[in-house]
Design a protein around this ligand. Structure first.
Ligand SMILES: Cc1cc2nc3c(=O)[nH]c(=O)nc-3n(C[C@H](O)[C@H](O)[C@H](O)COP(=O)(O)OP(=O)(O)OC[C@H]3O[C@@H](n4cnc5c(N)ncnc54)[C@H](O)[C@@H]3O)c2cc1C
Length: 300
């Protein structure tokens, strides 16, 4: 497989038995057969078609900031788009950007061009593609508000354009979470505003994150989706779970809505902690907590 991949991708952008822990913000995850870092749509297409021919499973991701990957890793190829497929262009109030660009970089570019609508993205450590798949949002904004359309690739390597309405974006959800489509780029429409005001809002959001979130520890952000009418952090705190640990996985002392890796957490530790919290919330409060973090591979 390695020699076949090398026909399309330079050696330095193919990693064999690469630990996913090097590519997730949780710093957790075992090895993947091959990690490929494509820099063009053509390279994505070639890798996809090769993997399909060889019957090789493919996992596509951005910057790994919403992933919990099994300690055993998984077989097949991981196609990492984050920070590789990352061109962007601004024209008037529209931004076209490839899926791998960092959301925070895009939000800074928009601000520098006097375009408002991506302030919420300041401090979200994912890629644009991941943000579309997850309908990332914060501080009253979400990708859905600014997205016009995406360019995607189907498993056969065909390119398709999908309008925002096709994607059924909801609270941290989209139909992309249940398809094999790869998001390659997106067109966003923003609103002109004073640069100083846009930057002031971003500064405020960044300050709030620093104060409230445990950014000093590896994590995947908020662990659970917010059920209707429930604030997860305060609920977990009320349940006495702040600081509760299983192995190296801990309910953050700073923000109970986050599970953090205090140093040597395994995916199993995190998964057990998630299940423990879910059971306790169900038994004691009748609240169903759904994981916002995407679970990859088999975790016991
Ligand atoms: C400290 C911290 C703070 C956070 N704050 C927020 C927040 O305020 N709001 C929020 O919404 N999220 C937040 N997150 C979670 C995370 O940053 C977002 O969900 C982000 O959008 C994920 O982007 P990513 O590129 O890292 O996606 P990944 O984690 O790489 O992938 C997430 C999912 O999307 C899929 N995917 C990724 N890229 C593509 C693509 N191009 N094509 C097809 N599928 C793809 C993957 O297969 C996976 O299923 C936070 C995380 C951390 C660590």
């Amino acid at each position: 497989m390695y020699s076949k991949l090398k026909q399309y991708i330079p050696e330095e952008r193919i990693k064999k038995d690469e630990p996913m822990s090097n590519h997730t913000t949780f710093r957790i995850g075992g090895p993947v057969g091959f990690m490929v870092l494509p820099q063009s749509i053509l390279e994505v297409q070639q890798v996809l078609q090769l993997c399909r021919q060889e019957g090789y499973p493919v996992f596509v991701f951005g910057l790994g900031s919403n992933l919990l990957v099994s300690d055993r890793g998984f077989s097949g190829a991981a196609i990492k788009l984050g920070n590789h497929l990352k061109s962007s262009y601004i024209s008037g109030d529209e931004i076209f950007a490839e899926a791998g660009i960092r959301l925070s970089e895009l939000s800074k570019k928009a601000a520098a061009s006097g375009l408002s609508g991506l302030e919420f993205a300041e401090g979200i450590p994912g890629s644009l593609g991941g943000a579309v798949v997850m309908n990332a949002g914060a501080y009253g904004g979400e990708i859905k508000d600014v997205l016009v359309e995406i360019l995607a690739m189907d498993p056969d390597g065909n390119l398709i354009t999908l309008a925002v309405s096709d994607l059924k974006l909801g609270y941290r959800s989209s139909i992309l979470q249940n398809t094999d489509l790869i998001v390659l780029s997106a067109l966003l429409k923003l609103k002109p505003d004073q640069q100083t005001e846009i930057k002031a809002r971003m500064k405020e959001f960044a300050k709030s994150r620093r104060e409230k979130q445990p950014l000093e520890y590896p994590s995947a952000g908020s662990t659970f989706k917010r059920p209707e009418g429930v604030y997860v952090g305060p609920l977990l705190e009320q349940m006495g779970l702040k600081g509760f640990s299983i192995g190296g996985a801990q309910v953050s002392v700073k923000h109970a809505g986050f599970i953090v890796n205090t140093g040597n957490a395994t995916a199993r530790d995190v998964m057990q902690l998630i299940r423990y919290i879910q059971k306790k919330a169900r038994d004691e409060h009748g609240v169903e907590l759904e994981s916002e973090i995407r679970i990859i591979g088999q975790i016991d």
